[in-house]
Write a protein that binds this ligand. Structure first.
Ligand code: SF4
Length: 423
């Protein structure tokens, strides 16, 4: 069922994005052979690199981005060429489209009259052991006063784009701010004074074509963190997993608390504004793999071999099964034993996700952790247990992944009709 996404009001920024928007909307255009030739040349290079060369050529090589993620273990496994999930067509296509978006934005910015230089220039940053680590920024913008800015171009899904707009810039969940600060450090080592990075974000999701700009300052602490991860990754031993899994919680509707909800820990009541308990957060005994690991190619082979994928709302999560323990056996099936039963006698059971930012680009995919019927049924349950208003039910229905929305339609109608019956 197609949904209409109204465009967000985007304030035109002044350095690059605003000029691109003005250029695109201008009537008069001309052919600029210099920009055209440069762009086509760079496109040839990225198409050759992304599509026509083996991807294991980075084994044993360092780079800025090797250490900008939060995990030194991942950096080391990549450096060593450890076995990882095979690259899928979708991932490769994503790389290619991201590179082409970068070149298109740079071309449009130059056509719009922005002074931009040094796309993908070879810079280095000096490691604490004196080694020069390669750094390749997207470019450098020079303003009318001669001040240089580092440039990073990021294509992202609409949810990420909207989050960045709402919070006024990027966060460092995926290492983008660390990457930018190390690039600034590299500019400085090359003798170019740079204070900040202009991030140009281009939405590739339902707001495809939206563009926004965020100016993010240099942060020394992020560069220090980068050096620390590099140091950890270069020790003899492969670094340990630096993140902890989170205990999975299930929401159990109802006033009373069942004895078997204590099997894996004490449940926490949920209380409404009148002080009445309407449900409980119950520990299932299972462990949710940390967000950073969910999207990592080394998860299944090296770090979380036991984890199985499930879909939580609109995003995949990986979950470790509950460890058998005596208390659980004595008490019979606990909340985790109810996992496949979509509806309990008290109403329903739905996962309570850890609050986490959306990763840049990942739609839901049914996984081997549940059958298609369980996957669909879990979404039908969200319609049964959501707030009892027409608006809430419609909102919940619209949030169901599109490929199974049709299967949930009769439940949607049933829930709306049940509201009418109550009246
Ligand atoms: S799965 Fe997690 S701990 Fe393992 S390498 Fe990836 S990010 Fe690091």
């Amino acid at each position: 069922m197609p949904t209409f996404t109204p465009p967000l009001a985007i304030e035109k920024p002044t350095l690059i994005s605003g000029k691109i928007i003005d250029y695109l909307e201008a009537h008069d255009k001309r052919v600029d052979d210099g920009i055209l030739t440069d762009t086509v040349k760079r496109m040839r290079q990225v198409i050759t690199r992304d599509l026509m060369q083996p991807r294991d050529t980075r084994i044993g090589k360092e780079s800025n981005t090797l250490y900008t993620g939060a995990c030194a273990r991942k950096a080391r496994l990549t450096f060593d060429g450890a076995e990882r999930e095979p690259l899928r067509a979708r991932t490769l296509l994503k790389f290619l489209l991201g590179d082409l978006v970068e070149l298109s934005v740079l071309a449009m910015a130059r056509l719009a009259g922005c002074h931009i230089e040094d796309n993908n220039i070879d810079l280095t940053v000096t490691g604490e052991d004196g080694v020069l680590v390669p750094v390749h920024p997207d470019g450098r913008y020079v303003d009318e006063q001669g001040q240089s800015y580092n440039i990073e171009i990021k294509s992202c899904d609409s949810r990420t784009f909207d989050t960045w707009l709402e919070q006024g810039g990027l966060d460092d969940t995926w290492g983008y701010l660390g990457q930018a600060s190390v690039e600034i450090q590299a500019w400085r080592e090359a003798g170019v004074p740079v204070e900040a990075t202009i991030f140009i974000a281009v939405s590739t999701g339902s707001r495809q074509g939206s563009i926004a700009e965020f100016i993010m300052p240099y942060k020394e602490q992020l560069v220090i963190g980068w050096h620390e991860r590099r140091l950890a990754a270069r020790q003899d031993a492969v670094p340990a997993i630096p993140f902890q899994g989170q205990p999975e919680m299930a929401f159990m509707r109802g006033k009373a608390c069942d004895a078997d909800w204590f099997v894996h820990g004490e449940p926490t009541p949920r209380v409404n504004e009148k002080g009445a308990t309407y449900g409980w957060d119950v520990m299932t005994g299972r462990t949710v793999v940390p967000l950073q690991c969910s999207y990592c190619d080394y998860r299944a082979k090296h770090c979380w071999q036991e984890a199985v994928m499930e879909i939580d709302g609109t995003k995949p999560v990986w979950v470790l099964p509950a460890q058998p323990d005596t208390a659980a056996e004595d008490a019979g099936p606990g909340p985790s034993g109810l996992k496949d039963a979509s509806v309990t006698k008290n109403g329903g059971m739905v996962r309570v996700p850890a609050e986490a930012p959306a990763p840049p680009d990942d739609p839901p995919v049914p996984g081997h952790g549940e059958t298609m019927e369980q996957y669909v049924e879990r979404h039908r349950v969200t319609l049964r247990v959501c707030e009892r208003t027409g608006q809430a039910i419609t909102h919940t229905f619209n949030a169901i992944p599109e490929e199974i929305r049709q299967e949930c339609f009769s439940e949607y109608q049933k829930q709306l009709q049940s509201l009418n019956r109550k009246k």
